[in-house]
Design a protein around this ligand. Sequence first.
Ligand code: ADP
Length: 405
Amino acid sequence: MKVLVLNAGSSSQKSCLYDLSSEVLPEVPPHPLWEAEIDWTYQQGQAELKVKTAAGTSKKSFPSQSRRADTLEMLKTLWSGETQVIEHPQEIDIVGHRVVHGGDEYQQSTLVTPKLKEAIARLSTFAPIHNPANLQGIEAIEDILGNVPQVAVFDTAFHSQLPPAAYTYPIPYELLQKGIRRYGFHGISHEYCAHRAAKILDCNLKELRLITCHLGNGCSLAAIRNGHSINTTMGFTPLEGLMMGSRSGSIDPGILLHLLRNCNYTVDELDHLLNRDSGLLGISGVSNDLRQITAAIDRGNPQAQLALDIYIHRLRSCIASMLPSIGGLDAIIFTAGMGENSALIRSAACEGFGFLGWKIDRHKNESAPLDADIATSDSTVRILVIHTQEDWAIAQACWQQQIKN
Ligand code: ADP
């Protein structure tokens, strides 16, 4: 079964093709046959396309026409040129899309229909950059493959069982009825990591109390009990919660009122300030990338040190805020760019909970662990590092959909 996955970001389009047996899913995520990415940030008006297969890699740039047309250009490398891996587009059996916002209506992966496309378009008011990009990906596939089954896998779905007290903001109730509530994001990653953790620990997921820490450019936590997210740090938008690479995370909303009222900020300027000029970048003045922050700290840069200190302080506070809702903890999981690669972030986060008996094995933490338990044997919680594989999670959802039919 050939499963194509499309994962649209604000300025990139990633995609991969898996070849799966229709009998059984592999325990360990397989390598895709083909992986591609278009980057629109590379040069104004240009698209940069990178493709990787077992035969090698290719890279080219071309004038960007539209997101849809450029996506078609990327997909052509599946069946033509030096990266060809299939004879004909019709060999693709099913296509899965990461869709950022499914609102409170879509609580699981769903087959794409005209009604679902309308809902994705309607929910664009809540995810103005991502949902339209997701829809264009779906339509690009319709252009090439006609009626191939397509599945939408929502980033919000895993958080659909948050209790009302966790998803409702303490603002006038009418706003809740207008959809202003907490939704949570990174759900595909949190759910994948929860399942992978249960495998690594050889336990039933329903019996585990977990906190998953997705620490990439965007950062969020999920508290997981009975196999569901019951609390999370991102909210109405992916701006709430932890400090991030260039996003502020939660700040006093009174600051926004002050800036609007007294400092002549426009809405777009505030948007830029909170999403692009804040977080690690905003405080350090160096970068949104942790590697450059730590290099600057080594050179004695005090703002870089402050940025890291705030990041750790807020990470610990948010981890602590997840604990009461799950009534204890069996394992904490670190994933995504910083979570997977930074021994410093993992040890600093857990150090704050040393009084509860959380203990990292220093040697394991520093030896590039992957899908591994890095806690000492006498630690009161297991501490896992898991490589998040959102594309594989989407491929699995497609496989299950195809088997059902
Ligand atoms: P995205 O949210 O865009 O998918 P990633 O999960 O790829 O982001 O995370 C990117 C971030 O991970 C980088 O900005 C950087 O801060 C961090 N990162 C990646 N590799 C390392 C590393 N070796 N050490 C420390 N931080 C890293």
